[in-house]
Ligand binder design. Structure first.
Ligand SMILES: [Zn+2]
Length: 501
C-alpha cells in the first residue's frame, strides 16, 4: 500500500495523490545517538550493566536508548559521556561511528518506512549476531526497493494521472487562484508597474527586491530553463538575444515565483507538477496583471468586442498566454464560462481546459493530452483556411450544444498549432467575430463523425497501403480502432486518394 499525500494547492491540501514513500521517518537521529553510545561503550569494554551502574540506570533502560527507542535527557547524556570519557558533542555527532553501525541504522530506518511496513513483512533485528554480509544484502535490497518506488512514480501513466487530477482541481476553481493573483499584484508594486505591458526593467526590479540579479548566459545546462544561485543571489537566464515574445520575462518571473510562493524541493511528481502550475500562473498573472486585465476585459465586454488578439497586443504576450489568461479571469470576474485548447496540426491536444461543457476528447483515465479533437472543430478547421493571419471564427454544433470559438494558428520549429478560445452559443454576443456564418456539425465521440475512414476509401486502400506511425503518435495517442496503432487511417486514405496517379 502506498501512503497518501496531497497536492497542497494555494488554498490548502485538496487532491489526494499517491506519493513515493517519505524516506525520512522520525527516530533516525536517536538511532545514531544510541549507536554512538554503544560504540564507545563496547570500545571501553563495558557491559550495559556496568555502564548502567556508573550512571544510575538499569541495563534495559540503557538498551532502549542505544536502540533509539528512548530519548535521553541531557543530564543522563552528560553522565554517560563522563562515564565513557568522551564529550557530549562526541555522542551527539550525526556520523554513524562505524560502517557496520551505518548499515544497522540504514536497515532500521528502511524497515520503519511506510514503503516497507506496507508490505506486511517481518522486520529483522540488526543485532550483533546478524552477519555483515546479510546486513549489506538487506540494506542494498531496501535501497533498490526505494529507488524502484521512486522510478515508478515517474512513469508516463502516473504523470498523466497526476496531470489529470491537477486539471480537475483547477477546473473546480474555474482556473482561478486568488492567492497567486494577490502575490503577483504585490510583486508588481516592487517593479513599479502601472499599466500595459510589463517591461524587462520591471521584472529586473522585482528580482532585485527579492535579492536577486538577473544574469543572461549562453551556456545553461541543456536540461534547465533557468538556474537560481541561492547562495549568491543570481538567476541565470538564456541569452537576451533569443527571439520570441515574452519568453524571457516569463522565464525570469517563473524563477522569481519559486521564491515568492515559498516553494521547497518537490517531494513527489505531483508536488513538482503543482509547483510548475503555480509558477506558470504567477508569471501569467504578472504579464497580464489582474486589475489591469480585468479592467481591459470588462471594457471589451461592455463594447461587445472581446477578442484574444486584443488582449495579446495590449499586454505584449503570446496568443496562447492571452487565451489561457482569459480562462483565469473571465469566469471569476466576468461570469463567462469558456474553453481553451492548444492543438497540433496533427489534431492532437497539447493543452486544454473547459468549464463550459465543451466535450473535450479524453482517454479512459480522463486525460486529454494527445487525444485527437474532432475534424469539425475550429481547432482543426482553422488549418484548412487560406488566410491564417487573423483569427478564424466558427459555430460548432456538438452533442453537448452549440459553441462559438475563435482560433488562431501559428508555427513553431516542430510544426503548426492552433489556439482556440470559445464559449457556449448564448455568450458569443460579447465577442468579436460572433457574426460569422461558418457553422459545422460535430458528432464526436461517435466514431462515424470523423474517425472512421470513408468506406469507399477503406475498400480501395486498406489492403494496399502501409503507413508508418510517427513516434510521438504511438506514445501519446494509440488509436484503438485502427489496424496501424497511432495512425489516423481516415487521414492516410484521404492522402493516398489525393496523390494517387
Ligand atoms: Zn468528429
Amino acid at each position: 500500500m502506498v501512503e497518501q499525500s496531497e497536492i497542497a494547492g494555494p488554498r490548502g491540501p485538496v487532491i489526494p495523490l499517491p506519493d513515493p514513500d517519505d524516506a525520512t521517518p522520525p527516530g533516525g537521529q536517536l538511532l545514531t545517538l544510541g549507536r554512538r553510545i554503544r560504540h564507545f561503550r563496547t570500545e571501553r569494554g563495558l557491559t550495559l550493566d556496568q555502564l548502567g551502574a556508573a550512571v544510575g540506570r538499569t541495563a534495559s533502560q540503557l538498551s532502549l536508548v542505544e536502540n533509539g527507542h528512548r530519548e535521553p535527557r541531557l543530564t543522563l547524556l552528560q553522565a554517560i559521556a563522563a562515564a565513557l570519557d568522551v564529550r557530549v558533542a562526541d555522542l551527539l555527532s550525526s556520523q554513524p561511528p562505524t560502517r557496520r553501525a551505518a548499515l544497522e541504522i540504514a536497515l532500521e530506518r528502511a524497515q520503519r518506512s511506510g514503503l516497507y511496513t506496507g508490505l506486511g513483512l517481518p522486520t529483522v533485528k540488526s543485532s550483533r549476531t546478524l552477519p555483515l554480509e546479510a546486513l549489506e544484502a538487506l540494506v542494498g535490497l531496501h535501497a533498490e526497493l526505494a529507488r524502484r518506488a521512486d522510478a515508478a512514480i515517474a512513469t508516463p501513466e502516473e504523470a498523466r494521472r497526476v496531470t489529470t487530477a491537477l486539471r480537475a482541481w483547477m477546473r473546480e476553481r474555474d482556473n482561478y487562484l486568488p492567492e497567486i493573483e494577490d502575490a503577483a499584484e504585490e510583486a508588481l508594486t516592487w517593479g513599479g508597474y502601472t499599466s500595459g505591458a510589463l517591461t524587462h526593467r520591471s521584472v529586473a526590479l522585482m528580482a532585485e527586491h527579492l535579492g536577486f540579479t538577473l544574469i543572461h548566459v549562453d551556456d545553461l545546462p541543456h536540461s534547465t530553463r533557468t538556474v537560481t544561485d541561492l547562495a549568491n543571489g543570481r538567476i541565470y537566464l538564456p541569452p537576451s538575444s533569443i527571439p520570441g515574445g515574452h519568453g524571457l520575462r516569463s522565464l525570469a518571473l517563473q524563477a522569481i515565483a519559486h521564491r515568492v510562493l515559498g516553494h521547497e524541493q518537490p517531494r513527489s511528481y505531483a508536488d513538482f507538477l503543482r509547483q510548475r502550475v503555480e509558477i506558470n500562473y504567477f508569471a501569467a498573472a504578472c504579464l497580464l496583471p489582474r486589475s489591469a486585465a480585468v479592467a481591459f476585459l470588462t471594457e471589451a465586454k461592455r463594447a461587445r468586442d472581446l477578442a484574444v488578439e486584443d488582449v495579446r497586443d495590449a499586454f505584449g504576450v503570446t496568443h496562447e498566454t492571452a487565451g489561457w489568461r482569459m480562462t483565469n479571469l473571465l469566469t471569476a470576474h466576468l461570469g463567462l464560462r469558456l474553453h481553451f485548447m492548444r492543438v497540433g496540426d496533427d489534431g492532437a491536444v497539447y493543452k486544454a481546459y473547459e468549464n463550459d461543457g465543451m466535450p473535450l476528447p479524453t482517454d479512459a483515465a480522463g486525460a486529454v493530452e494527445g487525444q485527437l479533437v474532432c475534424r469539425q472543430w475550429p481547432a482543426r478547421m482553422a488549418f484548412t483556411q487560406r488566410d491564417k493571419t487573423t483569427e478564424y471564427h466558427q459555430y460548432t454544433d456538438t452533442p453537448a450544444g452549440t459553441y462559438w470559438s475563435s482560433t488562431q494558428t501559428g508555427w513553431t520549429g516542430t510544426g503548426g498549432f492552433s489556439i482556440t478560445v470559445g464559449v457556449p452559443f448564448a455568450q458569443a454576443k460579447w465577442f468579436r467575430g460572433r457574426e460569422t456564418t461558418t457553422r459545422t456539425r460535430s458528432r464526436c465521440p461517435d466514431p462515424a463523425c470523423c474517425r472512421l475512414p470513408d468506406s469507399r476509401l477503406t475498400d480501395r486502400w486498406s489492403e494496399h497501403s502501409w503507413p508508418s506511425a510517427a513516434v510521438h503518435a504511438q506514445i501519446l495517442a494509440p488509436l484503438p480502432t485502427g489496424v496501424f496503432p497511432g495512425v489516423d487511417e481516415a487521414e492516410v486514405y484521404a492522402f493516398l486518394e489525393r496523390h494517387a496517379p
